[in-house]
Design a protein around this ligand. Structure first.
Ligand SMILES: Nc1ncnc2c1ncn2[C@@H]1O[C@H](COP(=O)(O)OP(=O)(O)OP(=O)(O)O)[C@@H](O)[C@H]1O
Ligand SMILES: [Mg+2]
Length: 353
């Protein structure tokens, strides 16, 4: 009977990895008791947007190919694959995801913060690192401004303990320095500060470390891309043409053959505005097409279009990220974005094995 069930399940493909779930080793702890079949499905990310689809396909396969009267009980688990690039440098961190853009003020920090918290809410172990040495926003957005982390100084080694907030670990250069202190820094100092934030912070075991970058293509980007094993970059843009030229530069920097960092996809922020009283309307206040144009030009997916949210700026200044908002109009787009990012990364990592 077990073999029959497994054979039936061989007809179910993981929709992203295009292989059947049995060969992929996703079906575990299969048991049959009387009329009841139970097993767990180990997904590549807890933020998998395809859960229901895979569950239905499994039930269908068992009912059609084995016995339509069997009761099927599936529990979901997950094992996030490691971006192989990470294994030596930072062994506890499975994937480093950088959030970047060519231009300032397009919403990198907003996207990074909400991405990290949404992944954490899905059940993954997540950290967020604010690497914007010139204008750190994480302390404000995560509501940890003015707090100092615990530091253990043993002479040869220094350990900095990250903050636990909203289910994730968080650290910002802004929590280590007085504001403005880093403004005059140059290459080597930036490089060593970034190293400290990655290596000396007690991140522990993480499925994803999200890194919020400053705008542009400067020393911080180069240091991170050259010295640390990034799994991929999420590129943030707005729909306007003006932000495209800068974003192109940023995409080209990361994907340059000397660095060869995969771009996971594009998040178009401030894409449209939907008034509460007209929920079916999308007003494209900042123009349209920017994200799609980049997606087509570089053949990378457009992962999400995030609306303009009236209360977002005020809430994030209070340390209340949109993804925690009870109103699905606010949290929904960020949750979907996080699922898409995790999905894209799982697809990419499956090609590394
Ligand atoms: N979807 C949105 N709806 C409404 N306001 C937004 C949205 N995204 C970002 N904002 C607001 O726009 C401003 C800039 O966002 P954010 O700080 O995330 O951008 P950034 O790209 O990180 O900027 P910088 O280049 O300075 O680091 C913030 O006040 C933020 O609250
Ligand atoms: Mg920022």
């Amino acid at each position: 009977m077990k073999d029959k069930i497994l054979d039936a399940l061989r007809n179910v493909d993981d929709p992203d990895l295009h292989k059947d779930i049995v060969s992929l080793g996703m079906v575990q702890d299969l048991e049959i008791n009387n009329n009841k079949v139970t097993f767990s499905l180990v997904l590549t990310t807890p933020a998998c947007p395809m859960k229901d689809m895979i569950r239905n396909a499994c039930i269908n396969a068992i009912h059609h190919l084995v016995n339509k009267d069997l009761e099927v009980d599936i529990t979901f688990g997950s094992k996030v694959a490691s971006g192989q690039r990470n294994r030596e440098e930072l062994p506890g961190i499975k994937n480093i995801i950088a959030v970047a853009s060519g231009k300032g003020g397009v919403g990198k920090s907003t996207v990074a913060t909400n991405l990290a918290i949404a992944l954490g809410k899905s059940g993954a172990k997540v950290g967020i690192l604010d690497a914007d040495i010139y204008g750190p926003s994480l302390p404000l957005m995560m509501g940890i401004r003015g707090l100092r982390p615990e530091v253990e100084d043993k002479g040869e080694t220094v350990t900095i303990f990250p903050f636990d907030k909203y289910g994730i670990k968080a650290m910002s250069i802004g929590c280590l320095l007085d504001e403005n202190q880093a403004l005059l820094w140059r290459g080597p100092m930036i490089s060593s500060a970034l190293k400290q934030l990655l290596v000396d912070v007690a991140w522990g075991e993480l499925d994803y470390l999200v890194v919020d970058l400053p705008p542009g293509t400067g020393d911080i980007h180069m240091t991170l891309a050259q010295q640390f094993p990034l799994s991929g970059v999420v590129m943030v843009t707005t729909p306007q043409q003006v932000s495209l030229a800068d974003t192109k530069k940023s995409i080209e920097m990361f994907s340059h053959k000397a660095l060869n960092i995969p771009i996971l996809g594009i998040v178009e922020n401030m894409s449209y505005f939907t008034p509460k009283e007209l929920p079916d309307h999308k007003y494209r206040i900042f123009g349209e097409g920017g994200g799609m144009e980049l997606s087509e030009l570089y053949n990378i997916p457009l992962l999400a279009q995030i609306p303009i949210i009236g209360t977002l700026a005020a809430d994030s200044d209070l340390g209340l990220p949109a993804v925690l908002n009870e109103d699905i109009l606010f949290s929904g787009p960020f949750n979907e974005m996080a699922e898409k990012v995790a999905q894209q990364l799982a697809i990419l990592n499956s090609t590394l094995v």
